[in-house]
Ligand binder design. Structure first.
Ligand code: HEM
Length: 179
C-alpha cells in the first residue's frame, strides 16, 4: 500500500456528518415539494418541511466552520502519481461544491423568510434573514433559485461520489485520506 497523508480527524468527521445531512436533505426536499405541488398537506408534509429547514439551516452554520477549517488548515498533498490536471479538476469541483453548499441553504432561508414560513422542529422559529422583506412573489422566485441550486449541487455530488468510488477501486490512496 502507498503511504498516505490523511485529512485531520475533525475534518473527516465534519465531511461525513455533512454528507449524511445533505444526502438526507435532497430526497426530503424533493419529496416535500412534490407533496406541496400535489396539495397534500398534513402532519407528514409538515414534519418533512420542519426537518428540511432545521437540517438545512444547520448545514449553513456548519459551512461557516468548514470554511474556517479549509482556510486555516492545508489539505494533505495529492500523491505524486495523480496527474496535475486531475488534481486541478478535483480542486475546482470541491470549490464549486463549497460555493453551492453556502448558496443553496442561503436561498432556502431567504425563501422561508420572504414567505414567511420560519417555523421548524418543536414549533421553534428560525431567525428571519436580515434585509429580506415579506413578499410571496419574492418567496416564489427564491424557492425556484433554491431548487435549481439544489439540483446542480446534486449533480456535482453524484460526480464527487463516482470519483470517490473510482479512487476506492483503484486503491490510489485518495479514498483513504477521507475515511
Ligand atoms: C444544503 C442545503 C439544502 C439542500 C441540499 C436543499 C435541497 C432542497 C431540494 C432538493 C428541494 C426540492 C426542490 C424542488 O423540487 O424544486 C428543496 C426545497 C425546499 N427547501 Fe431546501 N435545501 C437545503 C437547505 C434549505 C434551507 C436552509 C431551507 C430553509 C431554512 C430550505 C427550505 C426549503 C423549502 C421551503 C423548500 C420547498 C420549496 C418549494 O416548495 O418550492 N432548504 N430543498
Amino acid at each position: 500500500m502507498l503511504p498516505i497523508q490523511k485529512y485531520p480527524a475533525g475534518w473527516r468527521a465534519l465531511h461525513w456528518i455533512m454528507a449524511l445531512m445533505v444526502l438526507t436533505l435532497i430526497p426530503v426536499g424533493l419529496w416535500m415539494a412534490s407533496r406541496a405541488e400535489a396539495d397534500v398537506w398534513g402532519p407528514l408534509t409538515d414534519a418533512l418541511y420542519s426537518w428540511h429547514k432545521a437540517i438545512g439551516f444547520s448545514v449553513l452554520l456548519l459551512m461557516v466552520l468548514r470554511i474556517v477549517v479549509k482556510i486555516r488548515l492545508t489539505s494533505p498533498p495529492y500523491p505524486e502519481q495523480i496527474p496535475r490536471k486531475l488534481q486541478m479538476a478535483a480542486k475546482g469541483l470541491h470549490h464549486l461544491m463549497y460555493l453551492l453548499l453556502v448558496l443553496t441553504p442561503l436561498f432556502g432561508w431567504a425563501g422561508v423568510t420572504a414567505y414567511p414560513a420560519l417555523i421548524t422542529l418543536g414549533g421553534y422559529d428560525l431567525p428571519a434573514m436580515p434585509f429580506v422583506s415579506q413578499d410571496s412573489d419574492l418567496a416564489e422566485l427564491l424557492f425556484e433559485i433554491h431548487g435549481a441550486l439544489a439540483i446542480t449541487l446534486s449533480v456535482l455530488i453524484a460526480g464527487h461520489i463516482a470519483a470517490a468510488f473510482r479512487h476506492m477501486f483503484r486503491k490510489d490512496g485518495i479514498f483513504r485520506r477521507m475515511v
